[in-house]
Design a binder for this molecule. Structure first.
Ligand code: HEC
Length: 147
């Protein structure tokens, strides 16, 4: 019993370090994967806000988890060697790093500050999504290429 638990934990550690290695070796794919997740979660929240899906506090929590994770990891995923390739990241991320990091910090703060009210009820979620959605748009306008 003890042994199988140890093996299981070892498996978890290996899986976690594999994710870390991936993020380090391919920051470009890692940041796009995080942003795809952001978009998916935002879409689910917008459906709730519009009344196209029932309010679901567990799903709201999952969305906030995704955004919190993105905000924490994002600044480290733009090293000098990940400017080019299949990416919509604009050069301004590298030339105006302080401004970019301020956008990430504002996003992180709004996610943290709005979580409790968003999870509580639909009216709270509406207020939260208005604030957070503004942050998504503001950063994209300055730092993401239009499609
Ligand atoms: C601090 C800046 C910043 C914030 C905040 C931000 N994004 Fe992004 N987003 C980016 C950048 C930069 C890219 C381009 C990444 C790349 O292509 O390397 C991107 C890409 C995306 C993509 C395209 C992903 C793909 O490759 O298909 C989606 C979808 C997206 N963001 C959704 C969101 C949503 C939704 C939010 C808010 C909940 C958000 N973003 C917040 C900077 C940001």
């Amino acid at each position: 019993m003890k042994r199988s638990l140890a093996l299981m934990l070892a498996g978890v550690v290996v899986a976690a370090s594999a994710v870390t290695v991936m993020a380090q070796s391919d920051p470009l794919e890692a940041r796009k994967a995080l942003m795809k997740g952001n978009g998916r979660e935002a879409g689910a929240m917008v459906k709730m806000v519009k009344g196209e899906a029932p309010f679901d506090a567990a799903k709201v929590n999952a969305a906030f988890d995704q955004w919190t994770e993105t905000a924490a990891k994002f600044p480290s995923l733009f090293p000098a060697n990940a400017k080019e390739g299949d990416t919509r990241a604009l050069p301004a991320i590298w030339t105006e790093r302080a401004k970019f990091e301020a956008e990430v910090a504002k996003f992180a703060k709004d996610v943290a500050d709005n979580r409790a009210k968003a999870v509580a009820n639909l009216d709270g979620l509406k207020v939260a999504i208005a604030a957070i959605g503004t942050d998504c748009g503001s950063c994209h306008e300055t730092f993401r290429k239009p499609q």
